[in-house]
Design a protein around this ligand. Structure first.
Ligand SMILES: [Zn+2]
Length: 332
């Protein structure tokens, strides 16, 4: 008899009592959500643990393989791919800090790749070369000494990144500024990087990256523009059929009139494959000639500028603070 009563009690618990608890839990949960509207939890700035980036995932674009690699090993490979090793050690140190900052910024602010933190394609993220391939490209008798110079630049700047108001900056860099860097506004149309200003640097003219020429036959020239602008027309008999309309504060071309088109200097540079948007143009008998000053987009640190400043006695910190305004060099 007692067994039967116990059984009935158990039955009642399973059928009626437990569901009540379950429903109550639901009600309680909904209640908790509702109360969130009245009682707002105070949020605080999240501290970023950069130490978790001692290893990063590097995507090799050609093979599609993702390699997990020690951050500073990766930085050494980037520095050796991005800057000539003959440059002054202080310029190499500046490049190491720039590369490390760029990497951290990419991971935390503008991750482009799902499966990896960064890739080895310079047109997408940052150039990278394996140590093995790098050593092969140097003279045998200098290879080890060169590699040690790169390693020293990375070790001497261990854990250092460039920050603006305690946040890693978007550390743009390019080969040669032509004497003056540019602001992102004129290059990509973006604003919001107060540390990127027009900066003058002496000595950039002493590098082979400073001056270049690009020459096209009229046919080549027209074909390149037509590939982007089908309605393009030009009559060379017309005066000023090619003329520079406006330059920005850094002397780069803002607007150039070519035939019936008005192109930005940046677009003309891209279409024609010029080294920079700071150019003069000349119409010759059957050719179009461009004289170009500088190499690269011109925003942020100039690599030859960094070397030039180092040769004038500046250290890596002074070099970085010359190119990026009101920044600090902080430990990750
Ligand atoms: Zn990439």
């Amino acid at each position: 008899m007692r067994k039967v009563l116990l059984f009935i009690l158990l039955f009642i618990i399973i059928i009626f009592i437990i569901p009540i608890f379950l429903v109550n839990r639901r009600i309680l949960t909904v209640g908790a959500d509702d109360s969130a509207h009245t009682k707002i939890e105070e949020l605080s700035i999240e501290e970023y643990d950069y130490s978790k980036y001692t290893k990063i995932k590097l995507l090799h674009k050609k093979t599609g393989k993702v390699e997990e690699i020690n951050l500073d090993e990766y930085i050494a490979n980037v520095v050796s791919a991005e800057m000539p090793v003959k440059f002054d050690i202080e310029a190499l140190k500046a490049q190491a800090i720039v590369a490390r900052t760029y990497t951290i910024y990419k991971i935390t602010k503008s991750k482009k790749h799902k499966e990896a933190d960064i890739c080895d394609d310079s047109t997408c993220c940052q150039a990278w070369i394996s140590k093995e391939d790098r050593l092969k490209k140097w003279n045998k008798d200098k290879a080890n000494k060169n590699w040690n110079k790169i390693i020293k630049a990375v070790n001497d700047t261990k854990g250092k990144i460039i920050t603006y108001k305690d946040k890693p900056i978007n550390a743009f860099f390019h080969a040669n500024s032509g004497g003056k860097t540019d602001v992102p506004l004129y290059v990509w149309g973006g604003e919001g990087y107060p540390y990127l200003q027009v900066v003058e640097t002496s000595g950039e003219e002493n590098y082979s990256e400073y001056r270049s020429e690009a020459e096209f036959t009229k046919k080549e020239f027209e074909e390149k523009i037509k590939a982007k602008h089908k309605d393009f027309k030009i009559d060379y008999k017309q005066e000023n059929c090619i003329s520079i309309k406006e330059r920005d504060d850094s002397n780069r071309v803002k607007t150039v009139k070519i035939g019936n088109l008005n192109l930005s200097g940046v677009e003309a540079r891209t279409i024609l494959g010029l080294r920079s948007a700071n150019f003069e143009v000349q119409i010759l008998e059957d050719k179009i000639n461009f004289s170009v000053i500088g190499y690269g987009h011109g925003v942020g640190i100039s690599q030859t500028g960094a070397d030039s400043l180092a040769k004038q006695g500046k250290n890596y910190e002074e070099i970085i603070k010359h190119f990026y305004k009101d920044v600090e060099i902080s430990d990750m």
